[in-house]
Ligand binder design. Structure first.
Ligand SMILES: [Zn+2]
Length: 303
């Protein structure tokens, strides 16, 4: 009897433990879930969200509050519906943030949603060839000057969304071109060092001289000639703070101020700057956020 009783007690204890564990698991999964009015994104993600029907873009504004300076949500109309482009910076600290849409004139909040940012799931590349370049002071000064010139160009953007006739891949897909060779965010680690860096754009396969196309309509905002890291770089303003950059070019085919249409050839593939072989490195900025360019292209491919 005693033994039986003891067994029963053990079983009860075990059941209690299992129940406690299940409750813990349930709470955990509830805590991890996005609230019904919220959004969960990873670092570098781009997501189109519906703001509302029959809402005029000129009377509302949207911001994402991530702790620092709030970033504006670019908005555009499709049919009768207003959409916003929510962009999460590659370096955004994971956590829970808020997005607010408010009336532009009165600053009255119309709706607030939760934005949960998770760590990006980036491919890791461990190779002794990463981060081996050692720059002297002259090089560092030059990099700082060139970075400043690019940053300067990103300060002014068209107040109109210029991408509304859709997007296109920057390199035409054929049997030997257009393939993504290195994804956005790849973590580059050198086994001999205790630090790493992220790949700040997407690489596309293409031979020297291959045509580079504007991913969307816009206006040429900057040309950088033979920059130490970027090589020959073209920056295009697509409006509302959205900019695409095309790095390592061999040839420029546009000049600052030129209006380009989606698919216009803006330059030719090369291996200038910090590059090992001819390819296109495409980078995309949405406001202050450095994001995955392929997500932007996919989300807005259809006009
Ligand atoms: Zn690259």
């Amino acid at each position: 009897m005693r033994v039986e009783c003891g067994t029963r007690t053990s079983v009860r204890k075990l059941i209690a433990l299992i129940v406690a564990l299940l409750v813990c698991v349930a709470f955990e999964s509830v805590a991890q879930e996005t609230p019904p009015d919220g959004l969960t994104l990873r670092q570098g993600d781009v997501k189109i969200v519906k703001i509302g029907d029959a809402v005029n873009a000129s009377i509302v504004q949207g911001i994402i509050d991530t702790g620092g300076a709030p970033s504006t949500i670019p908005m555009f109309t499709k049919g009768d519906t207003l959409y916003g482009i929510v962009a999460v910076d590659l370096y955004q600290e994971p956590g829970t943030y808020h997005m607010t849409v408010y009336e532009a004139a009165t600053k009255r909040a119309l709706s607030t949603k939760t934005l949960i940012v998770k760590q990006g799931e980036f491919e890791k590349s461990v190779s002794p060839r990463w981060n081996t370049q050692v720059f002297g002071q002259t090089d560092l000064d030059r990099i700082a000057r060139e970075k400043k010139a690019i940053t300067e160009a990103l300060r002014t953007s068209s107040p109109l969304p210029r991408w509304q006739d859709g997007t296109i891949d920057p390199i035409e897909k054929t049997d030997h071109t257009g393939l993504m060779t290195t994804p956005f965010g790849q973590i580059r680690m050198n086994p001999a060092q205790d630090w790493y860096r992220f790949h700040r754009g997407t690489d596309f396969q293409a031979p020297e001289g291959f045509a580079i196309r504007a991913i969307a309509a816009g206006k040429v905002a900057h040309l950088g000639r033979d920059y130490l890291l970027e090589g020959n770089i073209t920056v295009i303003d697509h409006g509302l703070g959205i900019f695409s950059s095309y790095l390592h070019q061999s040839t420029f085919l546009v000049k600052v101020g030129d209006e380009v249409k989606k698919g216009d050839v803006i330059g030719r593939v090369g291996s200038t700057g910090n590059s090992h072989a001819p390819h296109l490195h495409l980078a995309l900025r949405i406001g202050a956020a450095l994001v995955d360019p392929t997500q932007f292209i996919e989300a807005l491919r259809q006009p």
